[in-house]
Design a protein around this ligand. Structure first.
Ligand SMILES: [Zn+2]
Ligand SMILES: [Zn+2]
Length: 127
């Protein structure tokens, strides 16, 4: 039985749920993640895209990923909390920001990516 996870934005207007995807949870230091989070990196948990459901004023902003294909940042249009990342390249999953989970302690990263883009004030840490 697939594990169902839930989360929400800061104001509570957007609620989401989905089942866990087998892909690793990761910490990403790319510039997109820095700009989206306002911090040095993001903490991402993959959910199965076809299981992802949401309620509320969820919006997505489209960007061009490192692969040259589109990627999207999903957020609450009321409070602005970053909630998801999706990409055309890995369309079978929706990555959710770990801090948006109802139970953030369920997040256990096993991988660090884009560490070459890390800022000197937020060096990659081992997971
Ligand atoms: Zn909100
Ligand atoms: Zn990133």
């Amino acid at each position: 039985m697939a594990e169902i996870v839930k989360g929400q934005c800061k104001c509570g207007a957007v609620q989401y749920s989905g089942t866990r995807h087998d892909a690793p949870m990761f910490r990403c230091y790319c510039r997109d993640c820095q700009q989206i989070t306002g911090a040095g990196h993001s903490e991402m948990m993959p959910l199965v895209a076809s299981s992802f459901e949401f309620d509320g004023p969820y919006r997505q902003f489209e960007m061009t990923g490192g692969s040259g294909r589109p990627t999207w940042s999903g957020f609450c249009s009321n409070c602005g909390s970053p909630l998801t990342r999706r990409s055309a390249r890995m369309a079978d999953r929706v990555y959710v920001h770990a801090a948006s989970l109802s139970d953030p302690s369920a997040y256990q990263p096993s991988k660090v990516i884009n560490s070459h883009s890390a800022q000197p004030w937020d060096r990659p840490t081992e997971t």
